[in-house]
Design a protein around this ligand. Sequence first.
Ligand code: ATP
Ligand code: BTN
Length: 252
Amino acid sequence: QLGLKTETLGHTIHFFEEVDSTQRIAAKLAYEGAPEGTLVVAEEQKAGRGRLDRKWFSPKGTGIWMSLILRPPIPPQRVPQLTMLVAVAISQAIQEVTGLVPDIKWPNDILLHGKKGVGILTELQADPDRVRSVIVGIGINVNQTAEQFPEDIRAIATSLAIEKGERIKRAPLIQEILLRIERLYKQYLAHGFRPIKLLWEGYAVSIGKPVTARTLGGTIRGIARGITEDGLLILEDEEQNTHYIHSADIQL
Ligand code: ATP
Ligand code: BTN
């Protein structure tokens, strides 16, 4: 019912009115051998999960809550590249469908006028040298009004409808996202991360600016200099020391 124009992504869609988390269901399907391109979509998530063990608010009918199974022939350390690929694809799709120009905040928050409208959560099943499956979880706030966000995130979260000033149809957006992911994914498998990195940097807000990175190991302040080939954030602190950040919360 989505009218997909993709070759492999979304050929099998598991649709649910209500789930705990599409991420959990997709992981189970992947474990059981579901092929690349399998998609899990839900109208509502009761226990949506975000990065860093956070909750992801996923109310009924107002957003895109979905998880995509990929099986890239790459080692686990290259998986952050895929997350960045997906962030670029979603940004392109949002721009195409709504005309809004999103910003990407490292590693993969998509901001609309400075507020978070999209989150991406990538989880993997892997051997030490080879990925078995990557579960890409995509959460997009599409038609929520400001009042529909919980009070504690109202100041930092937004939806496409809020920023655009009109309701947005979800199916064409999902279509466009899968098409863009498929296109970039083929390019990535054929030509590597370099072209994706350039696209990602084109959407990035933080590069060249001072940021604060809160990591598990502590807080680092510095200028974001770019990303490495593996997708790590390069931060230069006041003493000109260079830090490579794997995982952190970034404040602009
Ligand atoms: P912790 O105390 O563990 O750091 P937290 O207080 O930040 O957690 P959680 O309830 O675990 O909060 O997760 C909520 C966070 O997730 C919010 O800070 C917000 O950034 C984000 N968030 C959740 N759902 C959405 C959404 N639909 N859109 C935008 N941001 C969201
Ligand atoms: C983030 O913290 O920014 C990532 C949020 C990812 C949310 C999506 S919604 C679909 C999928 N299922 C989940 O439980 N989480 C992801």
